[in-house]
Design a protein around this ligand. Structure first.
Ligand SMILES: C[S@@+](CC[C@H](N)C(=O)[O-])C[C@H]1O[C@@H](n2cnc3c(N)ncnc32)[C@H](O)[C@@H]1O
Length: 341
């Protein structure tokens, strides 16, 4: 079974199970949308004969890794530098054939977290950068530039929605005040200690409900904003649908509830722009007559057949061994053949 080596316990095992039908049929084409350090891709290349993998990543450092991997597998691995939203043009320029499987392993890679020069992590000091694309887009602001200029109310909203931070207003106020008191925040340590001191007088209960560093949620929120991650994911699932062949498989591994919500909404077919209740009641109103039995599939446009009826999450033991996997969730679906135009 593939992937069991990676530290995600039963989530990785389930991932392997769901992807096996794709990987172990030889001669298939597959896109690793988040190639990162190449962990998944390498494992597939090692275990599946005659497979073709295109490895996408927006991070130039990950792409360089991919180029090195290609020396080992020149006929079966093809690295691509780009974001999910750039994939349609890459597919055209590289003449990628119909795709059998697509994998997303969302969030940051350990490579990104552990390099202090990238500014993603809290454990070592470094510049507040957080751009996954590195210097690919010279106009893209860094985390330091964003928190130096954004207005307080908007910052608080970002922390609340992207970080699910309960003390968003307080932290936003402290960050804005730091512009005048300390001439701004330039490094990860400066931002982390500012947040720690802003939350110093949290109640014991508040502290207990925070299993991680006081700044973790703020860092997550700012990173999501810097990289436009939610829009990218939304577009990424649409692109996956466009490039998969009918019956092709989508596997998504998410690490926080915002990501998972977006994936769930796509897979269940609920209109992304409408509140769930309104979508359902509109479809009822459109039904031919009130006493006609309602086919549940007609409520939603079923673009995907969900394979994982229940989301796959790590077991308690997995989280003891690897606390970083505690929020991982895996969902799998196949492209619905019937609604293909
Ligand atoms: C969790 S890591 C993947 C690790 C990889 N599965 C492995 O085994 O080494 C996520 C990767 O996705 C990339 N990524 C995140 N958002 C992306 C996007 N919108 N387009 C392309 N790559 C993205 C990040 O740069 C990061 O390298």
């Amino acid at each position: 079974m593939v992937f069991t080596r990676a530290p995600l316990g039963n989530v990785r095992i389930e991932l392997a199970k769901h992807m096996q039908s794709v990987y172990f049929s030889t001669g298939q084409v597959f896109i690793d949308m988040t190639c990162g350090g190449g962990g998944h891709t390498r494992k597939i290349l090692e275990t599946v004969p005659n497979v073709k993998i295109y490895g996408l990543d927006r991070d130039p450092v990950a792409f360089e890794r991919g180029v090195r991997l290609q020396f080992e597998y020149p006929d079966s691995f093809f690295p691509m530098l780009g974001k999910f939203s750039e994939l349609p043009s890459l597919v055209k320029s590289q003449e990628i054939p119909e795709v059998d499987g697509v994998l997303f392993d969302l969030g940051c890679s350990s490579m990104q977290f552990e390099d202090p020069r990238r500014g993603f992590g809290l454990s070592q000091d470094g510049p507040l950068d957080m751009r996954m694309d590195g210097n690919r887009f010279p106009d893209q602001p860094t985390a330091a530039e964003i928190i130096a200029h954004i207005d307080e109310e908007r910052l608080a909203r970002i922390l609340k929605y992207y970080g699910e931070e309960k003390k968003a207003k307080k932290i936003a106020r402290a960050i804005v005040e730091a512009r005048y008191l300390f001439k701004g925040l330039k490094t990860t340590n400066e931002l982390a200690s500012l947040i720690e001191s802003a939350l110093d007088n949290e109640t014991r209960l508040d502290k207990l409900s925070r299993p991680t560093h006081a700044a973790t949620k703020t860092f997550q929120a700012i990173r999501i904003f810097v990289n436009n991650e939610m829009n990218e994911l939304n577009r990424g699932i649409e692109v996956a649908y466009e490039i998969l062949k009918p019956g092709g498989k989508l596997v998504v591994l998410t690490f926080h509830s915002l990501e998972d919500r977006i994936v769930k909404r796509h897979l269940t077919g609920i209109d992304m722009d409408e509140p769930v209740s309104r979508t359902i009641s509109q479809k009822y109103r459109n039904a031919a007559s009130w006493h006609e039995p309602m086919d549940i599939d007609s409520i939603f446009d079923r673009k995907w057949n969900v394979v994982t009826k229940h989301v796959v999450a790590p077991s308690f033991n997995d989280t003891l061994i690897n606390p970083r996997c505690r929020s991982a969730k895996l969902r799998c679906a196949t492209k619905n053949v019937e609604v293909v135009k």
